[in-house]
Design a binder for this molecule. Sequence first.
Ligand code: NDP
Length: 306
Amino acid sequence: MSIFIISPNRDPKDWIESFKTQAPDIAVHTDLDAVNPKDIQLALVWNHQHGALQAFPNLKLISSMGAGVDHIFADDKRPQVPVARVMGEALTVSMSQYILAAVLQYQRKFKEYALDQAAQMWNQERGEHSQIKVGILGMGSLGLDAAMKLDQIGIEVIGYGRSAKSKTVVPYYHGDQLEEFLGQINVLVCLLPLTEETKDILNINLFRKCQPGTYLINVARGLHLVEDDLIKALNEGLLSGAFLDVFRKEPLEPNHPFWKHPQINITPHIASVTKPALAVRDVIINYRNLQSGEKLINLADPAAGY
Ligand code: NDP
């Protein structure tokens, strides 16, 4: 039994090194010509070519190299085996740091102060956005951590998810309470998975339901945001700005209007890059659990799509 990595646009070197250090007994392959496909029981993938997993007749688990599994579920030719994803501190620490940075630069008006500095202007009247209320859309592994950390530094925060939860650190809404949730907030953070239900969810109708001048932070997936609607919402004052890490087409095209938009901040999908040294721990657990027949961890739900 061994592991096969498929990651066409991502160098798997650090993953291979981490397996060597943490589980030298596990054989990890990347070259189909150098392996007997029947030996592969676990495939570790990031944006693999659809249909590629059919090469492995004894596959028992497909594991994502990131939190998202939309790239796996989009492959309708994949073997029907469980799908696992990265969870925990391999992603939460840097994602929460990114969100705190994005919220705080908005709240403390650092962008405006940078303009003042460029104009050599000493302006103590700007103040800050003192009444901010952050709404986190998607209270899963990453949303819950970000909510807890925002709450710890004194930012008012509420969350929204799909299903009811008995206990959350911050006020929580779900199901048909979306409008009630949106109506209270003036900073919206999207941390949803990409599914049929959530594609295009960040559109003009949703922006109209938030407080006027809401600030948008999208760190989930580019396909959540209807990009033309963002420009429209900024022009109409429904939104006051946006901090975006993900885009419908990545890399963002050279003449895309977001690049030079004064109210939009852009980062190139780096909010939380999976740390292989931490992420392989759970892949190794699943590898061993496959061997011993124990329960697999971090599984996605194919019916829900995440
Ligand atoms: P999880 O699957 O752990 O959490 C998803 C959350 O969204 C859950 O709370 C779920 O509700 C909720 N949800 C799902 N569908 C809906 C819906 N239709 N309406 C309302 N809520 C819904 O995801 P993660 O926290 O691990 O990841 C969140 C996102 O971040 C993903 O899109 C991922 O791809 C992205 N990401 C981006 C990175 C970057 O660098 N930019 C890095 C890592 C992840 P419930 O709790 O009820 O199931």
